[in-house]
Design a protein around this ligand. Sequence first.
Ligand code: ZN
Length: 596
Amino acid sequence: MDNQVEEIKNKLDIVNVISQYLTLKKRGRHFLACCPFHGEKTPSFTVSPELQIFKCFGCGKGGDIFTFLQEYEKIDFREALEILAKQAGITLKRSAEFTQSYDQKKKILEINNLLSHFYHFVLTKHDQGKQALNYLNKRQISSKTINTFKIGYSPQNSNSLLNFLSKKGYKPQELIASGTFGQSYNRLYDRFRHRLVFPLINHRDQIVAFSGRILPSSGDQKLAKYINSPETDLYHKGGMFFGLNLARNHIRKKDSVIVVEGEFDMISPFQAGIKNIVALKGTAFTQDQLRLLKRYTENLVLSFDSDFAGTLAARKSIELADSIGFNIKVLDLKNKYKDPDEAVLTDLPFFKKQVKHSLSIWDYLIRSAVSNFGIDTDKGKKQILSFTLPFLAKIDNSVIKSDYLRKLAAELGVDKNAVAQEADKLSKPNANNNSVASISFIHKPSQEILRTEKLEEYLLVLLFSAQNPIELLKEISPETDLDQILSMVKFKTVLNLLSKQKNFIAISFSKKLPPELKDIFASIYISATANQFDQEKILLEINKVIKNIKLVNLKTTLKELSLKIARLENRGPGDELKKTEEEYNLTIGKLSKLQS
Ligand SMILES: [Zn+2]
C-alpha cells in the first residue's frame, strides 16, 4: 500500500487538492489561506508546492494531502486514501490493511442506507405509512420534498424491518452499533418505531444517523417529541447540520446561511425556495460546526427562539462565531410567529422580507433589551446594560465594538465613556500581581530552552534561505563547528544530513530525513522561503546569530559552574573546587572577549 500512497502523491498536486476546499492565494513561492483548523482572520495556513506539504504557522498543523483530508473531513486514513485514489485515477489494491474502524463505519453506512430506503418506502408506498403521510400533507410538505429529504416512517412493529436486515446478513451487534437499534430483554427494537424519520446526511452525502419525530396521534405524551441516533463511529452530533447536504451550494451562491433550530424550520423555507438554510441540532454551536459553515460563507443569519438571546448557550455561540470571523445577523420574526416553519406557511412574503432585512446581532441585542426592560427607569437601564454589555464587551473587532458601545450609550442617554469603562471591566480578566509573578518564576527555565531553540531554528531558517545552502554551510564550517555549538539534536541531524549532500533539492532532501524531522524541516524551509532574504546579508546575519547562541551557551555554563562551586565549597577546599574555579574564570574570559 505504501507504493500506492507514493503513486497517489506523485499524481496529485497538493495545491490542486487543497484548492478544492480552500481559496488559496499565491504569495511568493507559496500559497496562503485562512486556516480551516483554527479561527483566524489573517492567513497563516501555507501550502508549499515545492515540498508538497501544508503548514499552519498559527496552530502548528501540517502535513501532506492525506493529513489534510483526514483533518479537514474528519475521516480516517483509509477513507482519505479512497478519495485521493479516485482523484488520481488509481484503483486501490484490496489489502488486509482495511482498518477495523473503517470496516465498522462502512457497515453502519450500509445499514443506514438500507434503513433509509425501508423507512421511505413505508411512508410513501405502504399502508402502514398512511397516517404519517397524512400528517406531512397537513403540514404542507409536498411529495417532492419528501423525496428530496428522503423522509420516512418507521412502523410500530419492528419485526419486518429486523427480518429484512437479518436476511441481508447483518448481525445483532452490527445493528446495535449503527445506533438505530436498542436491545431490551434480549430483543432488538427500533428506536424510531412509530415515528417520522429524517435521515441526517452529512456534507459528504452520507447518511450518518437519523432523527425521529413523534406523530401527534401517537397518544403517549410522555415520549420526547424528537429523538436522535446516539453517537456512533460515524455520527458526532457536534459536527453536522441537518440539510447542509442540500443547502451547501445555495449557501455558497448566496454567500450567507440561515441557521434554524428544527427539521421543519429548515424544510419549509427550503421547499418555499429559501434554500441557503440549515438546522442546528441543539441551540449551541460547536467550533467544528462553525468551521464547517465557514467553508461556504462568513455570513451567518440566526433564527432561533425569541428567548434564545437570554441563554448562556447563545452568548457562547455568538462569541465563538464572532471570534472565528463570522458576520452575525438575526432573523427577527417579531413575535408574530413561533418559528420559521409557521412563518413560511402563513406569510411567506413576510418571512422573505425579514430574511432580507435581518439585523446585525448587536443591534438586535440592544433592541430586544430596550423593548424588554424599558429605558424609562434607572432599573430598566441597569438591566439593559447588564444584559447587553457581556455580549458587546467580547466583540472581537475594536472599531465595531466602540461603535456599538456608543450606540448603546446614546440609546440609554448616558455617558459613552462610562459605558466603555464598564465594558472594559468585563473584557479583562482580573489581574492578580502575585499569581503573575509566580507564573513567570515557574516558567523561567523553559523560557531559556525556548530562547536557545528559537535562535537555533532561526539559524537554520537563514541557512535554507540561501540559494545554495550546502555552499553556505561549507563557508561557515571551517571556523565554526556548528555541531558543537548547537544544542538541539533535531537541528544537528538536519545539518549533518545537509553537509553530506552534493546538491540541494528541497523535496528530495525532505524524503531523506527521518519521519519525525520531516515536519520540523518543512516549517523551517517554508519560513526560509516565505521571505526574500537579501542573499548578501545572510552570512552576516548568520554570524550574528552564532554569536548570540555562543553567548547564551556561555551564560548557561557560568550558571552551572557557579552552582557546582557553591556545592563544592560546602565540602571544603579540594582539587575539584580549584579546577572548577579555573574553568569558571576561563569561561568569564571567553564571555568578555565575545562581548567586546
Ligand atoms: Zn491553523
